[in-house]
Design a protein around this ligand. Sequence first.
Ligand code: B12
Length: 511
Amino acid sequence: MAETKKVVLFFPNPVRNYGKAPAASTPGFPMSILALSGPIKEAGYEPVLIYEGIAGNGDLEGYVLDACRGAICLGVSSMTGNQLRGAIQYASLVRRHLPELPIVWGGYHPTIMPEQTLAEDYVDIVVRGQGEATFLEVVQRLEEGRWVEGVAGTLYLDQDGKVVANPPRPQVSLKELPPLPYELLDVEKIITRNSPVFRSLQYISSTGCPFNCGFCAEPLVTERKWMGRSSEQVVEEVARLAKEYWLDHVTFIDPNFFVSLKRARQVLRGMIEAGVNIKWSAVARVDQVLKFDKELWTLVRESGCRSLGVGAESGSPRVLSLIDKRISVDEIFECSRRMKENGVGGIFSFMVGFPLDDEPRRQEMMRTLAAVKEVKSIFAEIKTPICYYAPYPGSALYPFALKAGFQAPQTLSGWSDFDFTDVVTPWVSDEEKDYIERCGTFYYPIAFPDERVLRNLDRGLVRLPFRMLRGLAAARVRRDYYRFPVEWIIAKTAARLMGKDQPFHISQFYS
Ligand code: B12
């Protein structure tokens, strides 16, 4: 029986090699446990939030165990991939030292693979999907010394080790949930770790997405149901955060901020009227950006939009259709033009390496690279990261990837080695990976330099070598000729000699 009203929530580090490689020094933000703690706190419990990225002052094990002593339960959050490492490590630690303490798991991975999660002896209960209302009920039950029979949204094992799945819980509108209790976090540490000069914080104004992109696990977890906080709530909370934490910037981490253009308009107008006066970034779809009218563009600019993250995904109509993206390649270009006309920077993310036969896959890759070049030549301020398709379980394309030979891990710890930056899909060769890396991280950013590259490299003593390199890169990019890449090998070697062991990017030489 619990001795206090303490409820411990653990958010493992989502980023691989955190603390070791400089590129991975952004610790992310423990939004899931922050969201869960709102209703818990309102109901009179004492949520203790532990974020692996920042807690513990060098003795996280001791810190976690101390926090868990006398608590009602430990809640562990994890998405698929590297975040599972810390989840497994600390849940097993607590199980070893405090075997009586119930351990509840939730988040993307347990939601998608509840049986596999429950098979581990450091998992007692899995909460599926949206967690606020379910977790509160679980905590109330555990406090009363009862188990979770019949609690909607939970799964557990019965005495015989058989999975009991209670019925799913209908989602609760975000409008009914309390504001996110940022004061429970050591916000200052998260802000300063993110960026020492530029004070930025994450906020979420809506959940869910009505689309069904083939690579995305979101539709399974949030059932394609979009829910937003009201524009008044959003403006009030963002204004409060900006003031309380001296912010320069807020990132809306909504899966799809612009589902309701009406609400987006109200939020942005509200931020201007309230004099919030900070920059913001959010995610938008190509087709949504194309629907922005003159008034909305003005609001986007005047409310301080710093950048829009746009899933461009592919330059191949075949792939766009395979992933059910519901946009065309021409629309991607038109979107780039509109961003340029309106002076709004963006990050257009692209993906290659879909499970197709060799020849079509190479063709689709070349089409995507051609589209990246076109976007960059329309507006060089658009960043164009290119990543590999990673078969996330729960996504529509996942069964297709399994058929194509993807070896799915069979255990939780197997899934913790699954990383989108280093995904092993048998259909992608090392040669293709090297080609993409050369183009995406070296030749394209130099051939189409944005303001930042120019500011850092087109000056002083490095100006002449940079200009020579730029001419060479531009010639190579024009012809798609990357053989004998002496300059690329030199740059990579130099980065290694300078002790940069993160994935190579030209920005290593100026950031
Ligand atoms: C912020 C973010 C990050 C941050 C931090 C991670 C994090 N989880 O906060 C960073 C930038 C580090 C990150 C990285 C990655 N991310 Co990310 N990320 C997001 C994002 C934008 C927001 C997550 C969030 O805070 N949501 C808001 C909270 C309130 O919702 P939630 O996390 O789902 O939590 C709710 C429920 O799941 C549940 N719940 C969660 N935990 C728990 C725990 C308990 C005990 C209980 C009871 C309930 C519960 O209750 C919560 C409240 O309702 C989402 C997309 C989105 N908008 O949701 C993607 C998302 C989670 N990321 C995703 C992915 C794939 C990644 C990467 C692995 C790869 C990539 N391409 O981005 C990398 C990992 C990097 C690495 N090297 O390992 C996928 C996850 C898919 C999956 N199967 O797990 C998502 C869904 C994006 C997508 N649509 O594909 N990410």
